[in-house]
Design a binder for this molecule. Structure first.
Ligand SMILES: C[C@@H](N)C(=O)N[C@H](C)C(=O)O
Ligand SMILES: [Zn+2]
Length: 236
């Protein structure tokens, strides 16, 4: 199947963003949301403290995820790696990647911060400007078929240029394999965008709804502020 190209999107994080008008939506567990969605809690499997086997999104984002799953061709499913994330987990991811860069020989603090900002959002407890996953409006995911996860060209959380969503759109002489990867990324992109999400251009697996970045890209108001504690009251 030929899917349309993934367009170039530039989200200027320094641009004006309207303040969050918190809509108060509850968080919804994803493993029971749709027969076409499974949860593979990547950070739980990697042993991060404070993670769990379930993944959660705000209700509006979860409904749109179910819609995206329904739009997949027969035999395919969405596989969710992560949804809502605590500050603790966001901070561990940030510090973990910082340590990776230091051990690769990076020394310039400004360059380290710039590289970090491409792949892991700065952890913050400010609920007006939450790291996207703290809002319950960001999801990391892939697609599975009868033979397992589709080849997206990199592993989840491969923090390199290869992870850029459009990487396989720009190859001068793509191989058959490159074209398969390009098609798989396009499929994920188009089912998610058509359901109302936006993509983060550095990561083929990261999509948002209701967040500040989503608001900038769709000319809307952000509706999901930060949720710092998961508790039963905010889970539907
Ligand atoms: C860490 C990675 N899976 C991810 O979610 N990155 C984005 C930029 C984030 O931290 O919000
Ligand atoms: Zn993400």
């Amino acid at each position: 199947m030929n899917y349309p190209r993934i367009p170039a999107i530039h989200d200027d994080r320094t641009a004006f963003t309207p303040p969050v008008i918190e809509c108060g939506e509850a968080m919804v567990p994803l493993s029971t949301l749709s027969p076409r969605i499974t949860v593979y809690p990547a950070y739980y499997h990697l042993g991060y403290a404070g993670t769990q086997t379930e993944a959660y999104l705000r209700k509006g984002a979860a409904d749109r995820l179910a819609l995206a799953a329904e739009r997949l061709p027969d035999g395919l499913q969405l596989v969710v790696f992560d949804g809502w994330r605590s500050y603790e987990v966001q901070a561990s991811l940030y510090e973990g990647f910082r340590q990776d860069l230091l051990s690769q020989g990076w020394t310039d603090e400004e360059a380290i911060t710039r590289e970090l900002s491409k792949f892991v959002a700065k952890p913050t407890t400010d609920i007006q400007i939450p790291s996207p996953h703290l809002s319950g409006g960001a999801v990391d995911l892939t697609i599975a078929g009868p033979g397992g996860w589709l080849d997206m060209g990199t592993d989840f959380d491969d923090f390199t240029e290869l992870a850029m969503t459009r990487h396989f759109e720009e190859l001068a002489e793509p191989t058959e394999k490159d074209l398969e990867i390009q098609s798989n990324r396009r499929l994920l992109y188009h089912v998610m965008i058509s359901a109302g999400f936006t993509n983060y251009s550095h990561e083929w697996w990261h999509y948002e709804y209701g967040t500040r970045s989503w608001a900038r890209q769709t000319n809307s108001q952000p509706i999901y502020g930060g949720i710092l504690e998961m508790n039963e009251k905010i889970v539907e």
